[in-house]
Design a protein around this ligand. Structure first.
Ligand code: NAP
Length: 249
């Protein structure tokens, strides 16, 4: 049995984050806090599915774009034990469009959640992990292959936000390596989740899946496996890097 400790997963109640939660709920002696924006029903369903007396799972409403709510989220995590890991899966995109159609307000919303919100979560986590005696402490940021591809004609703002996540990951990893904290990111390709509906194309994963080198869209389990490995002691010598989970895209 591992020492009791906590994993915080932002965007942990749907899509990739929920897949990560299902995977981490099986790690003995780990409590989970699943942060979500507003879909209470989905959050409570997942808590009911995963909560166990020896591995408690709690849902916590938190808009990561609001630093005060982020601070409250990590205070709630403190009540469950020392912080062993943070998975930043909360992320947003808006309707597919051209670059010219993206106004300053939309840039602000996308960067506010995907970059500043993620950065504030990393900051709260590092504050706690720096002086911790837990042997394994890690942050995994969910970036996107869009950071490489740029998402032209779809959402250049989103792609740029993910490139910022990769750079933040690299810089933060090098800054906190001396404390034994590892920081990595995963870059999923086309994964079958509800995020594509927010872009105006719910069937995007079905449309593009067959064109991927491995011949299909990814599943949340494909990404969750990579995240769980990056958090685990098996990845103890891995930091400052990004891992593509794209089926070869
Ligand atoms: P999703 O199915 O739309 O789920 C998004 C999750 O994030 C939900 O739990 C949602 O909470 C939460 N969330 C959204 N905005 C938030 C905010 N401001 N504060 C806190 N939580 C917030 O998305 P997904 O496809 O799993 O995407 C997860 C991550 O993977 C994102 O960072 C995304 O950019 C990245 N990604 C996805 C793909 C893909 O093809 N699916 C590819 C590359 C990268 P509510 O349920 O309460 O709204």
């Amino acid at each position: 049995m591992q020492m009791s400790a906590v994993y915080v997963i932002t965007g942990g109640t749907r899509g990739i984050g929920a897949g990560v939660a299902r995977r981490l709920a099986a790690v003995p002696g780990r409590a989970l806090i699943l942060a979500y924006r507003g879909n209470h029903e989905r959050a409570q369903q997942l808590v009911a599915e995963l909560d166990r007396p020896d591995s408690p799972v709690r849902a916590h409403p938190c808009d990561v774009g609001d630093p005060a709510q982020v601070a409250a989220l990590f205070k709630a995590a403190d009540a469950l034990g020392p912080l062993a890991g943070l998975v930043n899966s909360a992320g947003v995109l808006e309707r597919q469009c051209t670059f010219e159609q993206i106004d300053a307000d939309r840039w602000g919303r996308i960067l506010g959640v995907n970059v500043i919100g993620l950065a504030m979560c990393c900051r709260e986590a590092v504050t706690r992990m720096r002086d911790s005696h837990l042997p394994d402490r890690a942050i995994v940021n969910v970036s996107s292959k869009a950071a490489d591809l740029g998402a032209p004609g779809e959402y250049v703002d989103y792609a740029a936000s993910k490139a910022a996540v990769d750079t933040l990951t690299r810089g933060l990893a090098l800054e906190v390596a001396r404390y034994g904290i590892r920081v990595t990111s995963v870059r999923p390709g086309i994964i079958d989740t509800e995020i594509h509906a927010a872009g105006g194309e719910p069937g995007r994963a079905q449309r593009l899946g067959p064109d991927q080198p491995l011949g299909r869209a990814g599943t949340v389990a494909d990404v969750a496996g990579a995240v769980a490995w990056l958090l685990s002691p098996d990845a103890a010598f891995v930091t400052g890097t990004t891992l593509d989970v794209t089926g070869g895209r």
